[in-house]
Design a protein around this ligand. Structure first.
Ligand code: SAM
Length: 230
């Protein structure tokens, strides 16, 4: 009988944000597939967990999938984790999960930390429907097109962004959605410098433009003025 592929979320900052079930499964498994082994070793040693690790990241995932599937067919229980948050959400995982499902291998997904849900709930923007875009295309023209297609859906738009592109991205959002649309930048969630920067796009742009040091990880959330006025 084949083993089980467990998909296990890990904290996005605060190390207390890991479930008891996640810790038990990590302690009981045969093998942990992780992105950056150094990063995961820090997390695992904090919880006094010592298990064989296999790296599984965007550049080697194609050939690693077969190796991990073989282990599962050998009856080994494998845990998939990423550097932070939920595997498969803008992180490696999808290809392995798809292959396991197609091959009839049992999978168990644990609920847990993910920046998208934490940001959405804390944003104060509508939570009844949302569109998550992962990372947007980087070229301004392509980003504009991608965002333009989301106008009028009547849902909160959520995406991930890096700190060095955040100002330019907010500027593009202003062009696409209008400066009076609502925006929230959820920054450094669950960490010491956690912050929700909320307001109209115009207000938030002015705020961050005047900051000297805007470090950290960001989730951007927008509710289009066009949708508010419906
Ligand atoms: N799998 C992760 C999840 O479930 O949220 C996402 C991984 S993705 C490679 C990393 C991006 O997620 C960051 O660039 C940032 O946009 C967002 N992110 C991750 N942790 C965050 C945090 N603590 N605060 C704000 N955004 C975060």
């Amino acid at each position: 009988m084949s083993g089980i592929l467990y998909i296990v979320p890990t904290p996005i900052g605060n190390l207390e944000d890991i479930t008891l079930r996640a810790l038990r499964i990590l302690k009981d498994c045969d093998l942990i597939a992780c992105e950056d082994t150094r990063q995961s070793l820090k997390l695992l040693s904090y919880f006094e967990i010592s298990k064989p690790l296999i790296s599984f990241y965007s550049y080697n995932q194609q050939y690693r999938v077969g190796q991990i599937i073989d282990k599962l067919f050998d009856g080994k229980n494998v845990v998939l984790i990423s550097d932070a948050g939920t595997p498969g959400i803008s992180d490696p995982g999808y290809i392995l999960i798809k292959e396991a499902v197609e091959k009839g291998i049992k999978t168990e997904v644990l609920p847990g930390a993910s920046a998208v849900i934490t940001a959405l709930v804390g944003s104060g923007l509508p939570t009844d429907g949302f569109v998550f875009c992962g990372f947007l295309k980087r070229k301004p023209g392509k980003m504009k097109k991608e965002l333009s297609e989301l106008i009028g859906l009547g849902k909160t738009i959520v995406f991930y962004e890096s700190p060095h592109r955040i100002l330019k991205t907010v500027e593009i959002c202003s062009e696409v959605f209008g400066e009076e649309s609502k925006i929230c930048l959820a920054r450094e969630l669950t960490k010491k410098f956690e912050e929700f920067i909320r307001g109209t796009i115009k207000e938030v742009f002015t705020d961050i433009k005047n900051r000297k040091n805007l470090f950290g990880e960001f989730v951007v959330l927008i509710y289009s003025k066009e949708d508010t006025e419906k």
